[in-house]
Design a protein around this ligand. Sequence first.
Ligand code: ARG
Ligand code: ZN
Length: 849
Amino acid sequence: MRDAAPTTIYLKDYAPFGYLVDEISLTFDLAPNATRVHSRIAFRPNPDATDRTFFLHGEQLSLISARIDDQPVEPEVTEKGLTCKVPDGPFTWETEVEIDPSGNTALEGLYMSNGMYCTQCEAEGFRKITYYPDRPDVMGVFSVRINGDLPVLLSNGNPVDSGEGFAEWHDPWPKPAYLFALVAGDLVAHSDRFTTVSGRDVALNLYVRPGDEGKCAFGMEALKKSMKWDEDVYGREYDLDVFNIVAVDDFNMGAMENKGLNIFNSSAVLASPETSTDANFERIEAIIAHEYFHNWTGNRITCRDWFQLCLKEGLTVFRDAQFTADMRSAAVKRIEDVIDLRARQFPEDNGPLAHPVRPESFQEINNFYTATVYEKGAEVIGILKRLVGDRAYAEALDLYFARHDGQACTIEDWLAVFEEVTGRDLSQFKRWYSDAGTPRVSVQEDWDGSTYTLTLSQQTPPTPGQPDKPPRVIPVAVGLLGPNGDELRPTEMLELTEARQSFRFDGLPSKPVPSILREFSAPVILDRDSPTSERAFLLAHDTDPFNRWEAGRSLARDTVLAMAVDGAAPNASYLDGIHAVLRDDTLDPAYRALMAGLPGQSELAGTLHERGITPDPMAIYQACEDLRQALAETCRDMLPRLHADTRVDAPYAPDAEQSGKRALAGTALALITRLDGGELAAEEYAAADNMTLQLTALAALLHAGKGETQLSQFHDQWRDDRLVMDKWFGLQVSMAKPDRAAQVAQALTQHADFNWKNPNRFRAVMGALATNHAGFHHASGAAYALLADWLIRLDPVNPQTTARMFTAFQTWRRYDADRQALIAAQLDRIAATPDLSPDSTEMIARIRG
Ligand code: ARG
Ligand code: ZN
């Protein structure tokens, strides 16, 4: 059954609910097709509300009975919820409903995954469990009883009682319904303990399916590190007797911070050296930290409404990035984050899906769990911290926690603590929350013999619904270097607040080379046509590791674009510069590996589009290939040594040091494979004793057009491991040549192991197709059609995962008329599908514009 016409919800219409919840007790009688949920809720009128309409959300529920103060009542029920006449004062509300977890393929609410019951309630899934004011500003104390014949029965908070076929839980911390969780299944625990700074002894459990016990140790260590870090750095202590994590195979997102019972996509928590890559380990550590950190930034202080999503997500992403920087290398983490931002957020912010970090309207909130809300939301916190300084940031956070603990808050509450601590007016800064779009900052230089003047201008292009963009405050970190690479001026934070503004540096001995936007001090596009020689100089000398990388990056970008557009030859400054970096053993291997990478092809297409040139995906692809080949030739003599020197002899550890070495060895192997046709890669594959090496070697072979044998060996070796099989599916699509990508993906969708209802498997194939830039945009349009076929098929089953995949089409206006017509035809075909979900309907409408 489908919803009627989608409705748009506006931030400006916010009004509190007419009733408060003091307590809620839930009893679940589990059965796969017919679970009974009994709820008993203590309501009382909300003194801060004027509207006393008693409306409870509820979807896909069969109402069995309803009572008020023990008397049967007959509420008016619709597809969206119910209304009922209620007493003037406090009252007890009770319902019994029946739900169908096994038929729940949308993976929202209570559903089943491999025989296990689990929940996902953020953002609006609780309404599929029982009738309730399913909004984050209604917070209640939950007690839960689960009746079910399964060994493990979990919910939020502390365990109260359990026995044969039942368990009871009580969560003393009032919470919104989106943080409710329940898990029941045949699970095994990997257990540990943590003692908090004030001496609370916390039982830690990571619950997994039997067989996955060997993949728990790393996640558990990451959890303990996170708990300690949040105490040390933010003064935040854990507040229950237990902290449980459960790994689930079928999950729409990465993980969920339910109070005391985090539920994770198994890909975001299970790890072992044999089955996980170094990148997987790093991501898992970050996600465990992220969900744990939500306990304070999200759970103890939550969001008033879903427009405030960035209040918890931006801040928590910012915190998990700080954690990763502390655990690993700060420079490497910053570079990785900027690569990711440019790959996912910039296209969003510069296309039809652009929206403010705090949106002002939406139809389906699930469509706003975006790179803008999360990653740009975190960048905005970084800007704020740069503007007020570390000390004021720490004070403001202390005040935020002290003042708002237990509340459902807004961005205004967040900004107020900073204004109070610093006395600074943050109204201009607030535009980062209200105005969509990526600012372009351009630079003009003047030198009069002793004074150097930098004139910075800012301009933000229009975005949907926002034609005019007033200037915002942009922290621009600048350092000045002398001719031999000495720092003439250390990093200074310039505050660009006007549309155009000049900054003077007096008394310099010689004309400096500026290093601008150090550390990527704000998420902007720096428009600067500096000479190649200057970028080569910064690549060799910049004292800011981010900008040194950025110098190499911009050289790479310009050389590859000149090759793609004008048929230019590879730029020698770039090749020599990277050659010098690769052989410089004083540099961190991870950093060297990042320096040797090329910008993504989609990002390059975006840059051309910004410059008014229609990108040709095939030409970009070919230019990248040619440039890599030229780099391999340039480095020919040093590559074998580089590969040998980066070999790790110690037992596998997923730490920054070893993974950096493996990354650089992988870079060397990929380049060598361009010269030896895959001989070394085949040896490496045969000798690999961890997934990082195995997958790197396999990728190199596939790129060289080899690897058929290894691919089937890999399948035989890993056929029973879902997470590794996702890699097997994904790698073939991402390594496929442009003219074969759609065909390879299509063939894989016919494979017996292609379980398309599993989001990880679906994304492994379709996500890889969408990010194989030249393959996806192949002139035949075959990939567009294939993706559209599968989106049409998945939509009725799982609208959330379907809708997220539409971002593949968000850049369509960049490309030539033929490609635009092909994409438009597919979008129209999808839009014409009967009963298309509101999720997908909204995405298509926004992308079509
Ligand atoms: N709050 C979760 C996290 O970022 C994400 C959950 C998103 N769920 C959803 N259905 N959109 O940690
Ligand atoms: Zn989060």
